[in-house]
Ligand binder design. Structure first.
Ligand code: PMP
Length: 381
């Protein structure tokens, strides 16, 4: 289709490098079993829905006014949530939030990236990371992961020395592989990053800001502590979280991070004013009041994940060790054919990661049964 601009012959001044690019996002298809974007398959209970509706109605009475720009109450409640979830005490002034952790991380790149600067990451990893880099005119530099998708700390440290990034993006658990980083690895990277960033105005090295993206952190297995436990040691560490996954609130759009108050203050400079609407703040606070109930699903999703990993391995498939609510499995000689066969049977998974691998989100027991039955038909597994 021709756009009106094309018809009138007016050429729009699209930034070089953006020509022909498609917006990021998995297909949103209306099929019975949706296992493609790592959502929590359990909708909120009636009690949660009622409380959110009530809170939003109250907020609606004040919608003629701009919202609380610094969302202090929400920051305090997110800090309290982290204390209960991970045992780490952080203050409200150490919390930053935005419309999804995607926006939080974009804020980090806006503050610490930019022309002449480097962001370092280790693919296969979350495919939005290079887009934050592109959008902030930051150079995207990648190291590698090992054959089992783990990250070699020595390699990461060498990459820091070589590229002097201002930001290092580390997803743990990683998407699409599910791989968690050990605390030792994160610590070694933070130590190397302490003066591993670009030169400051005085010519002396600055730190690289280390971002540990724990979007799936709540699904980690026993014995894998959160990187939050390292915050006290490393003022250049930021740990990003989201209400989209374990919390089951992907539609709410609320992500956040914990870090040094100086980092938070830098992010406040680059955010748009009133970026968190009064409706979002009210709904997030209401949802957080139900954290106990919402978090009970995490244990069953973890168990469902472990069962799925075992089932796939019994069938001779490779599965990356997963600390998340999804698994990466392969290697299929023709993954598109498998993806398509599943789709024909009403099961939507994600064609992502290295060639031959597919990513499957953990759904309800019924959804997992549907996936298994479909895979048996399609791939003879
Ligand atoms: N980080 C990772 C690793 C993700 O997989 C996702 C979502 N797919 C996000 C961040 C962003 O999630 P949200 O913006 O919904 O918080």
């Amino acid at each position: 289709v021709s756009t009106s601009a094309e018809i009138s012959g007016v050429r729009l001044p699209l930034r070089p490098g953006l020509e022909g690019l498609e917006p990021y996002g998995a297909p949103q298809l209306d099929v019975p079993v949706r296992l493609n974007v790592n959502e929590n398959p359990h909708p909120p209970s009636d009690a949660v829905v009622a409380d959110i509706a009530d809170a939003v109605a109250k907020a609606a009475r004040g919608l003629n006014r701009y919202p609380d720009r610094d969302f202090d109450e929400l920051r305090a409640e997110l800090a309290e949530y982290l204390r209960v979830e991970s045992g780490v005490t952080v203050a409200g002034k150490q919390i930053w939030a935005a419309n999804g952790s995607n926006e939080v991380m974009l804020h980090l790149l806006l503050a610490y990236g930019g022309p002449g600067r480097v962001v370092l990451s280790f693919p296969p990893t979350y495919s939005m990371y290079p887009e934050y880099a592109r959008d902030t005119l930051t150079e995207w530099v990648t190291g590698r992961r090992e054959e089992d998708f783990t990250l070699d700390a020595g390699h990461a440290v060498a990459q820091i020395a070589e590229h002097r990034p201002s930001v290092i993006l580390l997803a743990s658990p990683n998407n699409p592989t599910g791989t968690a980083l050990s605390l030792e690895t994160v610590d070694a990277i933070c130590v190397a990053a302490r003066d591993g960033g670009p030169a400051g105005p005085d010519g002396e090295p600055t730190a690289a800001v280390v971002v540990v993206d724990e979007a799936y952190g709540e699904f980690r297995r026993e014995g894998t502590p959160s990187a939050l436990t390292l915050l006290e040691r490393h003022p250049h560490l930021a740990v990003a979280r989201t209400m989209s996954k374990a919390f089951g609130m992907a539609g709410l759009r609320l992500g956040y991070l914990a870090g040094d108050p100086r980092i938070v203050n830098h992010l406040r400079v680059v955010r748009l004013p009133y970026h968190l609407s009064a409706v979002t703040q009210a709904a997030a606070l209401a949802a957080l009041r139900h954290r106990g109930e919402l978090m009970t699903q995490v244990a069953s999703l973890r168990a469902e994940r472990d069962a799925l990993v075992a089932w796939l391995r019994e069938r001779g498939l490779r599965v990356a060790d997963s600390d998340a609510n999804f698994v990466l499995t392969g290697v299929f000689p023709d993954r598109h054919q498998v993806w398509n066969g599943l789709l024909e049977r009403g099961v939507l998974v994600r064609e992502v990661g290295p060639d031959g691998w597919l990513r499957v989100s953990v759904g309800t027991p019924q959804e997992m049964d549907a996936f298994k039955a479909a895979l048996e038909e399609v791939a003879g597994k």
